[in-house]
Design a protein around this ligand. Structure first.
Ligand code: ATR
Length: 280
């Protein structure tokens, strides 16, 4: 094999990140030599850590919480989906200028459509949250052509801004996109995406019964204990529930393809990771 491609995930904290294991599995499957590091950037240190890493001849990096907005700002060029998200989870260190991408939404849509086989086209969807995570996935959800997407957020103005930024994209795909207060939603959504950080903070969402259509699906972008309250709620509503592990693997595959030009097969990596997480 030739010299290793140098990659990393930069965030704070990153000790828990499963990205190194996921990318190592992709590299093994494709016969690439890849060295993928975890780089913890303490507050105020993101730009310095990023520059030092790029200077080592790195091909690119993933960027995670809390630096996805900084990553977007650090790049000279942006993919259309990064522009729409206003945040980046992937950087490629091109000589012509660093390229920022956001693979989270493509990862989610791949997980729902391919791993889970759940329908998106023609559905009425509900997106909970309007922060960085929600911004990262809304563009791809729109491009999957559901009939409608309602965005609900504790801070209503943020949901309205997010919808405004995606208004042209939604119109181009024939999707009715709107921000709405939780109290005015009605119910019967075919799919619900939880992109809030509320479970993480221990404050469970106060969601009314009837929000999810019978047999509808629900996905939390988190996994493990952080996702558990929302998934339990969805199952109690008679829905199918899924955590964010499949999205994590699929967004990683999209990043890998941006760096190395080949998209790894996600299903076997997800199966192995699921077994590991379930056993933990
Ligand atoms: P992330 O990058 O994980 O999206 P973020 O940008 O801070 O983080 O956004 C967090 C999201 O979770 C926001 O939609 C936030 O609502 P606000 O915009 O009103 O802050 C939402 N959130 C966090 N804690 C919440 C809670 N206890 N109840 C409801 N929503 C919550």
């Amino acid at each position: 094999m030739s010299a290793a491609f140098l990659l990393a995930v930069i965030g704070h904290p990153v000790a828990h990140s499963r990205s190194p294991a996921i990318h190592a599995a992709f590299a093994r499957a494709l016969g690439h030599a890849v060295a993928y590091e975890r780089l913890d950037a303490p507050p105020g240190q993101f730009a310095a850590v990023l520059a030092a890493f790029a200077a080592r001849g790195a091909r690119g990096c993933n960027v995670t919480v809390p630096y996805k907005f900084d990553a977007h700002a650090a790049a000279a060029r942006h993919t259309p989906r990064a522009v729409l998200a206003g945040a980046a989870n992937t950087l490629r260190f091109d000589a012509a200028g660093w390229l920022a991408d956001n693979t989270d939404g493509a990862g989610l849509v791949h997980d729902l459509g391919v791993h889970a086989g759940w329908p998106l086209a023609g559905q009425r969807l509900l997106l909970l949250g309007a922060g960085g995570a929600a911004a990262g996935v809304l563009g791809a959800l729109v491009a999957a052509r559901p009939a409608a997407i309602q965005v609900v957020n504790r801070t209503v103005a943020k949901a309205q801004l997010l919808c405004q930024r995606h208004a042209d994209h939604a119109a181009a795909h024939g999707v009715a996109l709107a921000a709405a207060p939780l109290a005015e939603l009605g119910g019967g959504f075919g799919g619900i995406v939880n992109a809030t950080a509320s479970s993480l903070q221990g404050a469970e969402l106060a969601l009314p019964a009837g929000l999810l259509a019978t047999g509808g699906w629900a996905v939390d972008l988190m996994y493990g204990a952080a996702a558990a309250p929302f998934l339990a709620w969805a199952r109690a509503q008679g829905g199918q529930a899924r955590d964010g592990l499949g999205m994590l693997v699929a967004q990683a595959a999209e990043s890998y393809a941006l760096w190395l030009g080949q998209r790894p097969d996600t299903a076997p990596v997800l199966r192995a990771l699921r077994a590991e997480v379930d056993a933990a």
